[in-house]
Write a protein that binds this ligand. Sequence first.
Ligand code: ADP
Ligand code: MG
Length: 262
Amino acid sequence: MTTETPIVRLTDLRLDRGGRAVLRDINLSMPRGSIVAVLGPSGSGKSTLLSALTGELAPTAGRVEVLGQDVPRRSRALLELRKGLGVLLQGNGLLTDLTAAENVALPLRTHTDLPDALIQRLVLMKLNAVGLRAAADAYPRELSGGMARRVALARALALDPPLMIYDEPLTGLDPIASGVVMSLVRRLNDTLGLTSIIVTHHVHETLPVADHAIVIANGGIVFSGTPAQLEASTDPLVQQFLRGQPDGPIAFDAAPRTAEAA
Ligand code: ADP
Ligand code: MG
């Protein structure tokens, strides 16, 4: 960890959904320049954690600092902060009646007054960065799942955000496309000097590109360390999660939670 201000800092954070605590007592610092994998079983609160970073969900208690400032509640200040976040949410969110290039241009048209010729050039640079310059005029339906994911990645990069946030970036991708997307995430992080947070239950695809791993389960952080430390952990919670075992200290959450079980 470095001594400079972390790009994300969570202090004694509690997040509720539907009147119930999803995460509590979260303390976390993410250093600039790193790739942090936030791992955990489905329903453990990974997306909830991201929604606190983007200001979509206000904390019930504690503090959320992103890019050196408290995540603002006022919509204008929040909009300004969000320009610094490149967010790739579950599913690509590409507009189907726009070409790849038009999709990538959207944030530039919405948030800048740049002349059209410059926007076109920036769009081609972003598509080039994800290896898809040749697909500029293709519509999403003409792209493979992996290509569409990379277009969405180019769009998230459009405004040159210092912090990239990926929610389940591998969902629906085959192993080869998954490998391409993960190595792209690593390369973009390093060549563009970004910091990346990858939220996923795809442990084995994600750990090889991560610098730091966090596991959340049962409402809190149960592990924080390097991928190598994670693989070597003998913690029963971590073991159960890494091996995908149904029985163990992580409660299976498909059944409605009762007061006793929660
Ligand atoms: P993950 O992304 O790790 O799969 P989520 O953060 O989506 O988990 O969900 C964590 C918990 O919060 C789950 O129990 C889920 O049912 C609940 N939850 C998520 N969104 C809402 C919501 N809008 N209202 C009520 N409960 C929610
Ligand atoms: Mg999720």
